[in-house]
Design a protein around this ligand. Structure first.
Ligand code: TYM
Length: 342
């Protein structure tokens, strides 16, 4: 395995800790499909070990992991072309994470805004796993020597930390073994905001279901949530700069642009001047036309969960052909005695 030049390889992951929502879809999953269509190896992961950094009901976690896999496939990921795995079936992720726990510094982890947000005021009561979360994320990526990681905006700090961990490992051991991974934060909707409050990101942990569109919502629910989405009294501007200081308006236009695969300027050139009473039904129709086939396919796939389990098992076998040699070499660099034939 080359230690100086890295072939392009894409890795990303989503937590099976609740419903997939529109932010996950536009910010991540849709981009995963774009990468699959390029001539590059793609590996996508349901990060169940990350999910349990906060409490998960075991039966719900199993269900959510299978449903997430169904969502991946329904959105266009092809298990023959992309490697689809759940993290716990590829043990090298957790094994490399331990090494990285010994490379990353406490101070680096303490700066992670996602830890501060998730732990809240009671950080002393948060799990040790939640604190170490970004080291496992770095291991997810680097156990494949992945070079590109498509994510939404909120993962940027974790990806910077991944580079810091790779750089410190390479420096401390005097090697050029782990690549400097590129975060890929692209598209019109890298930060989809809550439909009820344009200052908060759309998230599965928001107590208000009206704040997000779930991938399992039916056409009526999607249309209703868009109709009720918060906006301001003005109409659509004809240029992007007219959306400054109008977070709710900006959010709806970005969602439209991402679905239509246009830039915000292209959307406004076409629809500028319309009132939200006219724009919202257009957005609802577009969203339903894109999401309804995905949610129908998800529920069809969930009728055959044995097939989902087979896909994940095959994915793990293919993944381990990559991860096992990289872990062996890492152990060797660090100074572990390897097993011998007896
Ligand atoms: P998670 O499960 O919170 O989110 C999965 C992906 O969805 C993106 N995303 C959003 N994008 C735009 N607008 C939003 N409102 C929004 N909400 C979520 C996230 O940026 C992410 O890309 N730590 C990761 C999972 C992970 C991972 C990895 C990702 C574990 N290991 C290795 C990449 C590489 C997470 O919690 O994502």
């Amino acid at each position: 395995m080359s230690e100086t030049s890295f072939t392009p390889r894409v890795f990303s992951g989503i937590q099976p800790s609740g419903n997939l929502h529109l932010g996950n879809y536009l910010g991540a999953l849709k981009r995963f499909v774009d990468w699959q269509e390029k001539d590059v190896e793609t590996i996508y992961c349901m990060v169940d070990l990350h999910a349990i950094t906060v409490w998960q009901d075991p039966a719900k976690l199993r269900h959510a992991t299978r449903e997430l896999c169904a969502g991946f496939i329904a959105a266009g990921l092809d298990p023959a072309r992309s490697i689809l795995i759940n993290q716990s079936q590829v043990p090298e992720h957790a094994q490399l994470a331990w090494i990285f726990n010994c490379v990353a510094r406490m101070g680096w982890m303490q700066r992670m805004t996602q830890f501060k947000d998730k732990a809240g005021k009671n950080a002393q009561n948060a799990s040790l796993g939640l604190f170490a979360y970004p080291a496992l994320m770095a291991a997810d990526i680097l156990i494949y020597h992945a070079t590109h990681v498509p994510v939404g905006e909120d993962q940027k700090q974790h990806l910077e930390l991944t580079r810091d961990i790779a750089a410190k490992f390479n420096h401390d051991y005097g090697v050029d073994f782990f690549p400097m991974t590129e975060p890929v934060i692209e598209g019109a909707a890298t930060r989809v905001m809550s439909l009820r409050d344009g200052s908060k990101k759309m998230s599965k942990s928001d107590p208000s279901d009206a704040s997000r569109i779930n991938m399992t919502d039916d056409a009526d629910a999607i249309a209703k949530k868009i109709r009720k989405a918060k906006t301001d009294p003005e109409g659509l501007p004809s240029e992007a700069k007219g959306l400054e200081d109008r977070p709710e308006a900006r959010n709806l236009v970005e969602i439209y642009a991402a679905f239509a695969e246009q830039s915000v300027d292209q959307v406004l050139a076409e629809l500028g001047g319309k009132q939200f009473s006219e724009f919202k039904p257009l957005l609802a129709d577009l969203a339903v036309s894109k999401l309804a086939p995905i949610s129908a396919e998800m529920s069809r796939l969930m009728d055959n969960q044995d097939e989902i389990d087979r896909i994940l098992t095959r994915g793990a076998e293919r993944a381990r052909a990559i991860t096992a040699p990289i872990l062996r070499r890492t152990y060797d660099i660090v100074g572990m005695v390897p097993p011998v034939q007896v």
